[in-house]
Design a protein around this ligand. Structure first.
Ligand SMILES: Cc1ncc(COP(=O)(O)O)c(C=O)c1O
Length: 390
């Protein structure tokens, strides 16, 4: 029977304990496994650095959600993303977005030291993507969509066609969309990468990452070897917590998307704001692609650019009381961040930008907290009914 993602998530793909019949599966903490008398390992488990039964349960859920052949969990999103590059066998030219998660962009800028080369292009511009291809050298396209922190949309299907014509593979960082909104493998991608630290876990208490492959291959086996060799597998307790978080992913993402859409529409009317960046707004440059490849909502991430520049942005962030000033995204509590100051020198992030991660609080409380933070006085703002009247 074909089950919808929501059912798979709520029941964690039916993971339970066959021995005790415990509904919630145990955590397999053992680092080593008993060898059989005939010197074999009939269970398939040898040592915890290469495999773990709790981690496998999460991998099965993620592979199923993304419609992939296999998934591998890592100790962080960065560990997952970098494993792909460590598994490249020969010097490779990589095409990656100009604007993307800053931490990974900084790491990518340094891959020439591993013998690879990288071209940063605006991946929403298909002509620019095509022009960056180096025949015979380009082996990997990296996409992040929507991409941090301006939420640029990249047409996954179109880039996959360019990549496959060039004989290259496509990896999509789909952290912000989650598998509930976009399934990159269905659109032609070869690998999907997640920082499971964000929406998949959703409670700001686990650092984790994952890769899902469309098909098993020699390259996939090399990634698996890398994880086993360097020991970047997800810890069992983190995997168990992640499985608990995943059970509510559907309701969380649906509510967070609704709240982000509502906030984006309300904030668009504020004089203090020069622009609202959210894929669900028709004014967003990537809206048409978002409509094409994001289903059931446009995600919980948005950014605002303050008319008063950097000072106004930093000041507004300093005054919030309901939003929490912190980095990261995708948790149940709403976060606000002056992104340029955390990214530091060389960032393409505008200094007037505040990144907002919508959580599960009441949307009215979130909106009014921002409005209060925008005003220099602490005067009470109008009730919502008045504020949204046309
Ligand atoms: C889009 C995206 N990808 C990857 C990462 C890296 O994930 P982690 O912090 O789990 O290593 C982040 C972290 O902020 C991110 O926002």
């Amino acid at each position: 029977m074909f089950l919808k993602a929501r059912t798979i998530l709520a029941q964690a793909l039916g993971a339970n304990d066959p021995t005790t019949k415990a509904l919630i599966p145990p955590i397999h903490m053992s680092t080593t496994f008993v060898r059989d008398a005939d010197n074999g390992y009939e269970s398939g488990y040898v040592y915890g650095r290469t495999d773990n039964a709790t981690v496998k349960q999460v991998e099965a859920i993620l592979a199923n959600l993304e419609g992939g052949a296999a998934a591998m969990m890592f100790s962080s999103g960065m560990a997952a993303a970098t494993a792909i590059f460590l598994a490249l066998e020969r010097p490779t030219h990589v095409i990656a977005p100009t604007v993307m998660y800053w931490g990974f962009r900084k790491w990518l800028a340094e891959i020439p030291k591993f013998g690879h080369s990288v071209s940063f292009v605006d991946t929403s511009d298909l002509e620019a993507v095509q022009a960056a291809v180096r025949p015979g050298q380009t082996g990997l396209f990296w996409i992040e969509t929507p991409s941090n922190p301006v939420w640029t949309l990249t047409d996954i299907q179109a880039v996959a066609e360019i990549a496959h014509r060039a004989g290259a593979v496509v990896c999509v960082d789909s952290t912000v969309s989650t598998p509930l909104i976009t399934r990159p493998l269905d659109l032609g991608a070869d690998f999907v990468v997640h920082s499971a630290t964000k929406y998949l876990n959703g409670h700001s208490d686990v650092i984790a990452g994952g890769i899902v492959a469309r098909a098993e291959s020699d390259f996939w086996s090399r990634i698996q070897n890398i994880r086993g060799q360097i020991g970047s597998i997800l810890g069992p307790f983190e995997a168990w917590l992640l499985m608990r978080g995943l059970r509510t992913l559907d309701v969380r993402v649906r509510e967070q998307s609704k709240t982000a859409q509502r906030l984006a529409e309300l904030l668009l009317r504020r004089d203090e704001i020069a622009s609202v960046l959210y894929p669900g707004l028709p004014t967003h440059p990537g809206h048409a692609i978002a409509v094409k490849q994001m289903k059931g909502g446009f995600g919980g991430m948005l950014s605002i650019r303050m008319r008063g520049g950097e000072r106004a942005a930093v000041e507004a962030a300093s005054k919030v009381e309901v939003w929490t000033r912190a980095t990261s995204l995708g948790g149940v509590e709403s976060l606000i961040e002056h992104r340029a100051s955390i990214e530091g020198a060389g960032t393409p992030c505008p200094p007037d930008l505040l990144r907002l991660s919508a959580g599960l609080e009441d949307p009215d409380d979130l909106y009014f907290d921002l409005v209060n933070a925008f005003s220099s006085s602490r005067a009470r703002v109008k009730p919502l009914r008045e504020a949204i009247a046309p």
